[in-house]
Design a protein around this ligand. Sequence first.
Ligand SMILES: Cc1cc2nc3c(=O)[nH]c(=O)nc-3n(C[C@H](O)[C@H](O)[C@H](O)COP(=O)(O)O)c2cc1C
Length: 197
Amino acid sequence: MKLLFVDCCISQRGEGSRTKKLADAFLTAFREKWPKLDVETVTPEALLALKPFDVEMLNERDALASVGAWDAPVFNLARQFRGADAVVVAAPFWDMSFPAALRTYIEYISANGLTYHYDETGCHGDCKAERLVYLTSGGDFEREDSVGVVYWRQLAAMFGIPRFDYVFAGGLDAAPEQATELLAGACALAEKLAKEA
Ligand SMILES: Cc1cc2nc3c(=O)[nH]c(=O)nc-3n(C[C@H](O)[C@H](O)[C@H](O)COP(=O)(O)O)c2cc1C
């Protein structure tokens, strides 16, 4: 079982990141369920080093795709994402969604012909993972149709990943006196999800 952990826990709290605590709760429980688990992590530093695609980069990537050069470095993240058995994405709730570095990562994994393809009936996913879990923590309480959650739900469908789950640890700044309790509840939910299926 190979789990890809996309760690976008960019936080001024450092190791005290609430989002990271949520991710650790999930990963610890998942490791208990899958003792031989192989975890590959995309670190915050790696995410922040990604350059958004400009026209030249897009043209180069299209040229490589047109000759099936999927082993080119520009496809490294997409190949890694495609081959994972499970994916966990953790990111704080920033500016109604998530940090820009994660959006840039999405540009890299969205490789037409590798992680998804089109035919006359539309878009089809080509990724191996059975499930994708999105973990986030926010200052405000969770609202319906949270953009980050909706976005990752739709990405999972686009990549052909059948099961999507999420945990939104909300209200951590709105109700600071309850933050410890709210986060603990979210961590318990993440642990429960990790033990399922
Ligand atoms: C740059 C930035 C943007 C944020 N934007 C929002 C927001 O739009 N809505 C919200 O409810 N909280 C927002 N927050 C608060 C964080 O979501 C919240 O404190 C979260 O728990 C931070 O996670 P961390 O402890 O892992 O850093 C923002 C925080 C930062 C630093």
